[in-house]
Design a binder for this molecule. Sequence first.
Ligand code: FPP
Length: 237
Amino acid sequence: MALPEQLSPPRHIAIIMDGNGRWAKQRGLPRTAGHAAGAEAFRRIANYCRTLGVEYLTVYAFSTENWKRSAEEVAGIMKLLRRYLEEALRDMEKNRVRFRFFGDLSRLSPELQTLCHDAENRSEDYDVQVNFCLNYGGRDEIVRAARAFAADAAAGRINPETLTEESFSGYLYSAGVPDPELIIRPSGEQRISNFLLWQSAYSEYVFMNVLWPDFTSAHLDEAIAEYHRRNRRFGGT
Ligand code: FPP
């Protein structure tokens, strides 16, 4: 563990797990092999975050745009998620990790939906939390929140004049979860790609030149060290 003690980790880290396809291509492998290696990287980094004392880890596993990929690739990612959740449910009492899913799960297979709901329900008393963004889009999340708020207002349950940033946050998938202090995007791309648009208002972004399947605990240490070098002012001086 290379992280110096004074560099306490952020409470909430979010990661865009990017570069799986390129990793596979470099090796002459199918894209699904890249996602399988990406799922291994996720396991590695989730364990390391826990060792460091990170309270929340949010990962972009499947976006609302990812349905445009080939049926084979989509099925491959869904299979990896299914396998992971089956494993997580089996080891639930041992690992004591809380699971949340951000996104519209209704488009997933009934089997995967059941696994997601079971994982959420069975883990709600645990503290360390992993949030999977699944069929997730940041704009979609905000539109859904606006719709739910408008429905409450139309039904007279809330006075629109009283809406605040904080109360609006309660309509998002991430209700109750503090905003991420650090968002990491590996693979060399420098885009937000519709990830946590509302929640990232004051997040530090760290872009790294490593493909996600190659991401190690040393890369996470490096991202946290970079986060500490930034002077976070929240718009003040
Ligand atoms: C982006 O890389 C990655 C995805 C769209 C899928 C991420 C999914 C996983 C890592 C597996 C999920 C399962 C678990 C257990 C976490 P890309 O395919 O866009 O890479 P490229 O830009 O190099 O093509």
